[in-house]
Write a protein that binds this ligand. Structure first.
Ligand SMILES: CC(=O)/C=C/C=C(C)/C=C/C1=C(C)CCCC1(C)C
Ligand SMILES: CC(/C=C/C=O)=C\C=C\C=O
Ligand code: FE2
Length: 530
């Protein structure tokens, strides 16, 4: 057996077996974040809201059930997994330092692992034993007024913003794998096998700006994203080709109203169009400067500014529709497509999202204190639905927003969605998401939505918090739901498991217990093994 001795800040000085050299069924022993470095941390909460136990781990899992032999590749899932430094506990789910998890499937076997992303923000916090950059809700504590003024100055250059890439992970068309958050500097390249942080993804263009959408649209041929313009309220729609770091302008959308652009955590595309949402939940410069967060954090709710959807032609950058829609709140668009008449003329764009009934309080519900204080009885998760927008392309000024199915089908909880990527931008039938079995305070089921039958099939286990159900298609299939759905499940007793459901029947086909439960995570991607 071969050993590696790890030392340095934050690692307990003990001997570590290297993954792959030990017997594959024995979990690899790893360095833990020692108490001295990370401080005391209350472990009496649900596993989902408890900081990850150690810096990294890797080992083979014992599988109950059967993993399809065609499933070859690595599922990566990113999320905020460490919510404290020393004795200081962070406020919000989105503040946590990024924990990247992998599930590598091959020949029916499953190797799992996780590792902290080594952002500058994370490394500085570990070294200095305090928060050093502006996170989603946390700001560094200033020693004096001059330090505060200095930090504000650095806010405008972006120097004081976090690069804690804790929101998602994408595989670019050229094979590079990048972890992302909403600050542009928080685009970090990682190695999908070792989960090592390789360095910053430097955009080589001159767009500047500090923020972007957390959810670019990434395919084998392009990377599309939105760059909000906080100075002249609007959005740049940009595209980057595989093998390059240079984004090129497709076009610009000016906001119709409002003091600032609406938050664009995500946006949808169709085959020929990009849909730019202008939500009444808008970025707020004043809130950016605050040391103490408001209930809407860096945002502000502006119902008087109304809500709009803009449709831009991908090829020309021209805006082909800009409609007012009912007020809405969404983090995640699910998909969009072009509706055609009998002569194959595009008459409308349909765009679906996880819609929180125009109620922005969901953002504050994701405060850790709220997530941790659930007593099992109160039914406090605000209602959500599959919101379906219809955007007419005949010049009408208004679009429609309706529920795509009766929300009770999925327990009136709805977020963290995925589809078969072959249907991106096209008419589709199925979406997978987290739903609710009430009473609950957070989505606690996995749900398969049939948008044609307007019905959902739900999976639930007592006390669980499942993460985003991620669909992987069986290679070569033509059936939309022929594949598996992967989710990582956090259980209430400190344990957890990886779960595989059949994409079609939505029945469990395999599960594999992890050596310890992992905190809740956000978004993932699939890296196929060629
Ligand atoms: C985890 C998740 O879904 C969202 C994370 C969002 C973050 C970290 C946003 C950070 C921001 C700042 C640090 C300042 C500028 C505004 C904003 C992009 C909200
Ligand atoms: C987990 C979540 C909302 C759940 C509410 O139903 C939103 C996550 C947003 C960031 O990716
Ligand atoms: Fe997201």
């Amino acid at each position: 057996m071969d050993y590696l001795s790890l030392s340095g800040a934050g690692f307990t000085r003990r001997r570590v077996a290297i993954a792959g050299v030990v017997s594959p069924l024995r979990p690899v022993i790893v360095p833990s974040l020692d108490e001295e470095t990370v401080g005391r941390h209350d472990r009496n909460h649900h596993t989902a809201w408890t900081s990850v136990r150690q810096e990294r781990w890797e080992g083979e899992l014992v599988v109950q059930g059967e993993i399809p032999s065609w499933l070859k590749g690595t599922y990566l899932r990113n999320g905020p997994g460490l919510w404290h430094i020393e004795d200081y506990n962070f406020r919000h789910l989105f503040d946590g330092y990024a924990t990247l998890v992998k599930l590598h499937f091959e020949n029916g076997r499953l190797i799992a692992g996780h590792r902290q992303i080594e952002s500058e923000a994370y490394k500085a916090a570990r070294k200095n034993k305090r928060i050093c950059f502006r996170e989603f809700s946390e700001v560094p504590k200033y020693e004096n007024f001059m330090a505060y003024v200095g930090d504000i100055a650095k806010l405008f250059s972006g120097a004081s913003l976090t690069d804690n890439a804790n929101t998602g992970v994408v595989k670019l068309g050229d094979g590079r794998v990048v972890c992302l958050t909403e600050t542009q500097k928080g685009s970090l390249v990682i190695d999908p096998d070792s989960l090592e942080t390789l360095g910053r993804f430097e955009y080589s263009d001159s767009f500047g700006g500090l923020i972007h959408s957390a959810h670019p649209i990434v395919t084998d041929t392009e990377f599309l994203t939105l760059l909000p313009d906080l100075v002249n309220p609007g959005y740049l729609v940009v595209r980057m080709e595989p093998g390059t770091n240079e984004r090129k302008l497709i076009g610009r959308v000016n906001c119709r109203t409002g003091p600032a652009p609406g938050w664009v955590h995500s946006f949808p595309v169709t085959e020929h169009y990009v849909v730019v949402p202008e939500m009444p939940l808008r970025y707020c410069a004043q809130n950016l400067l605050r040391a103490e967060p408001t209930p809407l954090y860096k945002f502000e709710w502006h119902p008087e500014s109304k809500a709009f959807l803009h449709v831009m032609c991908k090829a020309s950058g021209k805006i082909v529709a800009s409609v007012e829609v009912p007020l809405f709140v969404t983090f995640h668009f699910i998909n969009a497509y072009e509706e055609e008449d009998e002569d194959s003329r595009v008459t409308a764009i349909i765009a679906d999202c996880c819609e929180h009934n125009a109620d922005a309080t969901i953002l504050d519900r994701l405060r850790l204190q709220n997530l941790r204080s659930f007593n099992g009885n109160d039914d406090i998760l605000p209602d959500a639905r599959v919101g379906r927008f219809t955007i007419p392309l005949d010049g009408s000024p208004y679009g429609k927003l309706e529920s795509a199915l009766e929300p009770n089908e999925h327990g009136r909880g709805m977020d963290m969605c995925s589809i078969n990527p072959a249907n991106l931008g096209k008419k589709y039938r199925y979406a997978y998401a987290c739903g609710a079995k009430r009473p609950c305070h957070f989505p606690n089921t996995l749900t398969k939505i049939d948008l044609v039958k307007k019905a959902a099939k739900n999976w639930h286990d007592e006390g669980v918090v499942p993460s985003e159900p991620f669909f992987v298609a069986r290679p070569g299939t033509t059936e939309e739901d022929d594949g598996v759905v992967i989710s990582l499940i956090s259980e209430k007793n400190g344990s957890g498991y990886a779960l595989l459901l059949d994409g079609s029947t939505f029945e469990e086909i395999a599960r594999a217990k992890l050596p310890y439960g992992l905190p809740y995570g956000l978004h993932g991607c699939w890296v196929p093994k060629e």
